[in-house]
Design a protein around this ligand. Sequence first.
Ligand code: ADP
Ligand code: MG
Length: 638
Amino acid sequence: MSLLHIHDPLAAPRPIGIDLGTTNSLVAYVPLLGEATTLLDCDNDPLLPSVVCYRADGATVVGKEAKRLAQDFPQDTIVSVKRFMGRGADDPETKRLGPYRFATSDGPVVKFAVAGDRVVNPIEVSAEILRALKQKAEDELGELGGAVITVPAYFDDAQRQATKDAGRLAGLEVLRLLNEPTAAALAYGLGTKQNGTFAVYDLGGGTFDVTILVLDEGVFQVRSTGGDSQLGGDDMDRALAERFVRAMGFSQGAELPAGHVRIALDAARAVKHALTEQDVVDAEIEVPGSQPLLQRVTRDELDVLIKPLVERTGVACRRALRDAGLSAKDLDGVILVGGSTRVPLVRRYVAELFGREPLTSIDPDQVVAIGAAIQADLLAGQGKNDAVLLLDVLPLSLGIEAMGGVVEKILPRNTAIPASAAQVFTTYADNQTGFVLHVVQGEREMAEACRSLARFTLKGIPPMPAGMARLSVRFDVDADGILKVSAQEETTGIKQEVEVKPSYGLGDAEIERMLLDAYDHADNDVSLRALRQEQVEAERIILATVSAVASDAALLAAGEREAIDAALQALKQAAQGKDHRRIHDLIDQLDRICKPFAGRRMDRSIARALSGRSLHDVERETSHARGIEPHLRPGAES
Ligand code: ADP
Ligand code: MG
């Protein structure tokens, strides 16, 4: 009999925390009274296997049932989809993984061809897992007030973006992405301290991650990460399964029926789990076509088998500490995360490695989801606990408008904040004495389609030839998400700063609309961007060539001027059109034709240099062929 849950329809929507794991996923929440807790399924199990099976009849099955189907339908059942998040189809990692049929061999996202003539990508597969968790939460809690979803600390922009998009696709309001180790630290209440240094040791089903976290004035920062993407509890299962397979009468390296392998692996996992509690287990393993196999396994025997695997985690831990510039004694705590850290040998090993007892009071399977729920609760209750200022990510990219209206992204969206980045720009025109800096936010390639945050002008730069000035533009985003832009012309030291609040007035709905827009326009934008860039480049090289020919006509060989003029003419015409490839080719052509002439100009410059000028000046004068830095629009004073 299933229980009916009764919830108060007037109760405020509850925010949830989700651990979207490689092997298992969980959802947790903070009740009005009491501690954060994970939601259980009908077997009282908080873990939803991260497995999605696409059946031939068009149905989609998620979780335990999908895991069972994986044996019979390996190509239609996506396991460990997290490994594919944010990866392109031609990514070497993609090719190495899984027994899947890939729908394309290139492109920005992997696509799986599955039963029922369906093609799905990792974002959609993850969204199925999230949808199942969302359903579970809604059944129990009623209306949801948004979700915090955790990601590995090492996840890059594309992987984070993919995770967030999966959340949206599942119909979740993603309040924030949170790093898994940070979530674990929050679950242990470490966020209420001001300072501290922690190691988070996460041994899951197929991956091992170690993170050194620094809590500085209430802000968590990831100091270093390390691990092994091919190491986890599954390897322990394989080590023990090998012993069972030999006991079944198969010798090492023999060809095995797939069914036997599955049986041995399942038995191995069950025995491994039992040995976490007991010293000895008697297993009875059903073998098709023969007597059941009776196996007695002691914990000591398991320890011998898995010791080499466990010791491999030490290498990554020592390296992560070294990368963080720390030694084990500098740590204030070690947190255990992941189902495989239940194994007693693992706990002993970690205690020895770090020279202290790790924190284990919260279930290592659930600790990340619990931390995510705590964070979701804090975010929903905004301000209730201002003391916890967490590491956050930028919701949208921040950039500068360059020549042609093209956006140069300086901090991409989902960059963890606080963050800083700088980019050098140069002048476009000769004697340009000012720069207009236009700061924009958004994902579109053209500035006019993004949100304008600020405009300021840097003036008073002494006249210099085009491409000579070096304008260093620096973006600093602090933990509150406040952006400070500073610009300095490096050869003169002229400097200016502005402060902008990028996320003010920009609701989630608007961000969403912009994201959808960016998807819709992606193709369009990319070719428009390419066209504008080539046009700017064409204009620049035309100006430079005309000016060189005018000032050094004496260095032109016979017939050279005509050839250059013809190439100039062709390029000018192409630059009016829309074919960026043709413009590119004609720029190359002009470059080629001008080469001997440019060589003679350079020889002359060197001759001048040898007669007294610094080689540095000469180099700067002659190395102008192709723009290295993006060019900024001339300022008001130019
Ligand atoms: P992931 O982060 O990859 O989703 P989990 O943290 O859920 O993975 O860990 C799954 C792994 O934990 C599996 O290999 C499972 O066998 C192992 N595990 C779970 N419970 C136990 C236990 N009681 N003893 C030993 N290993 C366990
Ligand atoms: Mg995990």
